[in-house]
Write a protein that binds this ligand. Structure first.
Ligand code: CU
Length: 112
């Protein structure tokens, strides 16, 4: 068991940083459902999964920041991955297509 533990530790140190956190965002007309609403700071992959019947996208912005990250437009049944580096704070998520955000396609993510 000790040898195995040493091997595992060695493997971790060779590969370096832990894998990025993942947040899945399920899109429907007209909601975003997040797999988690809190995640630690650092690299993350935000995955948009379109369960709906319309095309959607995902915009992500830290409250108070200028930069907006986003996916391409994702047709029904498709997914898109958005690699980001998250700083501590509150993030706003929304769909930028037509009036989808006003119809309810918004969400919040806490990074701490
Ligand atoms: Cu949309």
């Amino acid at each position: 068991v000790k040898l195995l533990a040493a091997a595992v530790l060695a493997a971790v140190s060779v590969t370096g940083a832990p894998p990025p956190a993942r947040v899945q965002v399920g899109a429907q007309e007209f909601t975003f459902a997040l797999s988690r609403t809190r995640v630690g700071p650092g690299p993350a992959i935000v995955e948009l999964v379109n369960y709906g019947q319309d095309t959607h996208d995902l915009r992500l912005q830290r409250v108070g920041a200028r930069h907006v990250a986003g996916t391409r437009e994702v047709p029904p049944g498709d997914t898109a991955e958005l690699p980001v580096t998250l700083a501590p704070g509150r993030y706003r998520l929304w769909c930028s297509i037509a009036d989808h955000a006003a119809r309810g396609m918004t969400a919040a993510l806490s990074v701490r």
